[in-house]
Design a protein around this ligand. Structure first.
Ligand SMILES: [Zn+2]
Length: 88
């Protein structure tokens, strides 16, 4: 993967996590992450970071409260590790 490519993708990843996952009660939780159209969406389904149910089940991050900055950084790091293993 080209260096500038992954940096841009990771900026999108943080934006998606903050906009779609980080609030206490995300809109359409469980269905807020499309199955395609952005490498981060694919990565979220592959890593169990697509919704708060999956974050709770796979990453033991409790539902019903806002994510902390550390948790947002953790999710982005999980996505980064997966994306760097792919040729996206
Ligand atoms: Zn999910």
């Amino acid at each position: 993967m080209r260096q500038r490519g992954i940096e841009t993708i990771l900026e999108h990843a943080e934006q998606f996590v903050r906009d779609r996952l980080a609030t206490a009660e995300p809109a359409n939780d469980g269905k807020q992450t499309p199955m395609r159209n952005h490498p981060v969406f694919i990565a979220q389904h592959a890593t169990g970071t697509c919704c708060r149910g999956c974050l709770s089940k796979w990453h033991h991050i409790a539902k019903g409260r806002e994510l902390t900055d550390d948790e947002v950084a953790y999710v982005v790091a999980v996505l980064e590790r997966w994306l760097r293993l792919q040729d996206v």
